[in-house]
Ligand binder design. Structure first.
Ligand code: BTN
Length: 259
């Protein structure tokens, strides 16, 4: 029997972090942890405050998409106060923290699809959303939102079955969400402290990408690029060799692997 208690005490007790997850706000059900985290951040919530929900009724994805997060999944948001220089690295930090946690808790190999989807066996298992409020060189706050498919049966969600998977579907057994969340918070803090100390997480993020060397299609705003993903820059943008031979630097977008 896998335990299912996501109470703040069960998450924070002996967590071993200095600030990430030392304050946890838990809801059995809410619209979106991003919404509540934003309100908390605007009220001055401290660095590392976490909002976690058993289920979201209006989960938000990238590009204004809906994110399904029924009971059995992990939906959480972490409030941080990074420097403006470290803001672009949060995408890398979050995806690496998820990859590390999945591997540590389940032994499954996870990879990143540019910019920040986490895949297991080629299917999306986790989505990451970063929202921030920046004034000039001051970051008021940044929020990392993580949605991880843990104990989900995809027969119940036929609309995403072909592209998505869950840890339970891959393993054939349920996984402790509590263990995953606790590990995730430890990983986020470790990578964040490394960044603040001037370390780079770019190389490891680049090496964990499933995208490089692959034929891809990227939709960025109204523009569609098709070509081969050649490399990624230190700021996280993608360098794509168009089939015409020219090179495009794409800051944000939605990538589909073509081979
Ligand atoms: C994506 O489109 O891939 C990003 C999905 C991000 C979902 C997470 S779940 C926790 C947090 N709350 C939300 O409403 N969205 C993010």
């Amino acid at each position: 029997m896998v335990e299912n208690d996501l109470s703040p005490a069960s998450i924070t007790s002996n967590l071993g972090t200095h600030f990430v997850g030392q304050r946890v706000i838990y809801y059995p059900s809410l619209t979106s942890t991003m919404e509540v985290a934003k309100q908390e951040a605007q009220l001055g919530a401290g660095e590392g405050t976490v909002v976690v929900a058993d289920e979201q009724t209006a989960g938000r994805g990238r590009m204004k998409r809906v994110w399904l997060s029924p009971k059995g999944s992990i939906a959480l948001s972490i409030i941080l106060h990074p420097s403006v220089a470290n803001l672009p690295s949060l995408v890398m930090l979050a995806s690496l923290a998820v990859v590390h946690s999945i591997e540590a808790v389940t032994g499954l190999r996870a990879q990143v699809k540019w910019p920040n989807d986490v895949l297991v066996n080629g299917k999306k298992i986790c989505g990451i959303l970063i929202e921030s409020s920046v004034r000039g060189k001051i970051v008021d706050y940044a929020i990392i939102g993580i949605g991880l498919n843990v104990n989900l049966r995809f027969a119940d969600f036929s609309e995403i079955q072909s592209m998505a998977t869950s840890l339970s579907a891959e393993l054939g057994r349920d996984v402790s969400r509590l263990r995953l969340i606790r590990r995730l918070l430890v990983e986020v803090e470790g990578l964040y402290l490394a960044l603040q100390a001037g370390g780079s997480i770019y190389e490891e993020w680049r090496d964990s990408l499933i995208t490089l060397g692959r034929k891809i299609r990227v939709k960025s705003g109204e523009t569609v690029y098709e070509g081969v993903a050649e490399s990624v820059a230190r700021d996280g943008s993608l360098l794509l060799r168009n089939f015409s031979g020219s090179l495009s630097k794409i800051v944000a977008g939605d990538a589909t692997l073509r081979d």
